[in-house]
Design a protein around this ligand. Structure first.
Ligand SMILES: Cc1cc2nc3c(=O)[nH]c(=O)nc-3n(C[C@H](O)[C@H](O)[C@H](O)COP(=O)(O)OP(=O)(O)OC[C@H]3O[C@@H](n4cnc5c(N)ncnc54)[C@H](O)[C@@H]3O)c2cc1C
Ligand code: SF4
Length: 486
């Protein structure tokens, strides 16, 4: 145990963010660089090394949190990194982006602020990279088997790294021009700088994983042909079809899916564009959808110089404390103030958009909404509450409905879908097609990075068993796991 009295003597502290006025003028990560290191040892020392560490269950990867807290407290960064990588291929992604369900399950959190687990995680991995402890781990021998991974988001990357290290020859196919999936083109630079992805790709290349960008399976290469070319295939194509809002005026200029808006802002940061063709500069912006994607639109709009930013959510405003039906150690729905919300804008709850209004050029100018209340789980409009707000840019961030079928991927393989429109799989992450497996949002539906990595690791074990008859690879989850949490 790190410090037997740590939780009594030390209060919770988290990473400091840069002043709002400074950070909205750039796209760098919002945190004060290096601010964690002076505090993190003591924060790790608050861990009680519980007999039953509920945080293990809270984390879909089963991260060995008390073990690495102990090493971080003792400043044995190399051992901490080894324990961290035992369960997580990419802690620099989760340490920056995970909503930390582990902290909701932390035993200390029953009557005190939880251990700042996510910040310890990111400190360990940043230190490990800085110390040169993250090195390629190529396999000792090759199996002679080949695997194609379709999609280079966190699920595909985790599956590819596990299978490469197990000795298989792995190629990752990605339709976009760069590797990373939503990490690259969904999540903005101010939440995670893309240099973190680039560094991992270099490690993976050095281990032997091959990457083929701008290659869409189903369109550029027939899926059935790909199956014949490889001994096994992992479909990690995400759930990239955005949910639409079919109300009058949807066709107006300036009404876009969030995933039309955010990738262009990321392309500016990559240096591909000087200005985004869809910009919030000088506009009243309305973001429809109150989740992570919506918050990313809010932060992006601030940085582009929006006149105002309003975020709409159909659900009521969540409470600030757990309610009775979300007790510890579950992951509660709480009112969250993300870094983007700290930067300004207004959040409006319990409202539904009725229509958009445009000018003579077909450009959106206003959004009409009405207040709603939920009865028997369904939103009902409240008469007399209609109003309009100015809107010259509207982004739709209302979630995703499933994996993309337009390119023929699903049909060419002959993949069966489940009742929610995701690719169906068995306990080994195998689909109905021999030798074809599925991992990440494509199988689970829209989820989180931590789940995508856990899925990629678990599917890799299924593939390894399929190819060799046995596997020493770990499988942190089963396809049906929803855990205690998210
Ligand atoms: C804007 C936004 C912000 C988010 N923020 C967070 C956050 O802060 N924290 C968090 O935990 N989660 C967040 N999420 C969710 C998280 O990003 C996803 O759950 C996760 O990326 C899913 O990983 P994946 O590998 O399954 O799929 P994806 O990351 O979607 O990757 C799938 C990849 O497959 C490629 N592909 C698809 N079809 C083909 C094909 N036929 N051929 C070749 N390639 C193909 C796609 O181009 C894509 O690159 C966010 C999501 C969005 C949209
Ligand atoms: S990956 Fe997420 S849930 Fe797991 S330890 Fe890290 S922050 Fe917690």
């Amino acid at each position: 145990m790190a410090d037997p009295k740590g939780f009594l003597t030390t209060g919770r502290e988290v990473a400091r963010t840069r002043p709002v006025g400074e950070r909205v003028k750039d796209w760098n990560e919002v945190y004060v660089p290096g601010s964690l290191l002076p505090i993190i040892g003591k924060q790790a020392g608050r861990c009680m090394d519980c007999g039953i560490p509920f945080c293990h269950n809270g984390c879909p990867l089963g991260n060995l949190i008390p073990e690495w807290n102990d090493y971080a407290y003792r400043e044995d960064w190399s051992a901490a990194s080894e324990r961290l990588h035992a369960t997580n291929n990419f802690p620099e992604f989760t340490g920056r982006l995970c909503p930390a369900p582990c902290e909701s399950a932390c035993v200390l959190g029953i009557n005190q602020p939880a251990v700042t687990i996510k910040n310890v995680e990111v400190s360990i991995i940043d230190k490990a990279w800085g110390n040169g402890d993250v090195t390629p781990q190529p396999p000792e021998r090759l199996s002679g088997k080949t695997v194609a991974v379709i999609g280079s988001g966190p699920a595909g990357l985790a599956a590819a790294q596990q299978l490469t290290r197990a000795g298989h020859t792995v190629a990752v196919y990605e339709r976009a021009d760069r590797i990373g999936g939503l990490l690259r083109y969904g999540i903005p630079e101010f939440k995670m700088e893309k240099s973190h992805i680039n560094r991992r790709i270099e490690q993976m290349r050095a281990e032997g994983t091959k990457f083929r960008t701008e290659t869409e399976i189903g369109k550029d290469i027939d899926a059935a042909k790909l199956r014949r070319r490889y001994d096994a295939v992992v479909v990690a194509a995400g759930a990239t079809v955005s949910r639409d809002l079919p109300v009058p005026g949807r066709e107006l200029n300036g009404v876009h899916f969030a995933m039309e808006y955010l990738p262009l802002a990321n392309k500016v940061q990559e240096g591909d564009l000087t200005v985004s063709p869809i910009t919030a500069e000088g506009k009243h912006v309305v973001v429809i959808g109150g989740g992570d994607t919506g918050a990313d639109c809010v932060g992006t709009a601030h940085r582009q110089g929006a006149l105002s930013v309003t975020q709409l959510e159909i659900m009521p405003r969540p409470g600030e404390d757990r309610n009775a039906n979300q007790p510890w150690p579950t992951f509660p729905m709480l009112y969250k103030v993300t870094s983007a919300h700290e930067e300004g804008g207004e959040r409006v709850y319990s409202v539904s958009t009725t229509h958009f209004e445009g000018d003579e050029n077909g450009d959106v100018q206003a959004l009409h909404l009405v207040e709603v209340e939920f009865k028997d789980g369904k939103p009902e409009q409240k008469p007399g509450t209609e109003r309009s707000i100015p809107a010259q840019l509207v982004t739709l961030a209302m979630g995703f409905t499933g994996t993309d079928q337009a390119n023929g991927l699903v049909q060419q393989f002959g993949l069966a879908l489940d009742e929610r429109g995701n690719v169906a799989r068995d306990a080994d992450f195998a689909t109905n097609v021999d030798g074809v497996f599925v991992a990440g949002d494509a199988g689970r539906g829209q989820s989180l990075i931590v789940w995508a990595i856990a899925e990629g690791r678990s599917a890799a074990r299924g593939v390894d068993r399929y190819l060799t008859g046995a596997s020493a690879l770990p499988a942190p989850i089963r396809p049906t796991d929803r855990a205690l949490t998210v």
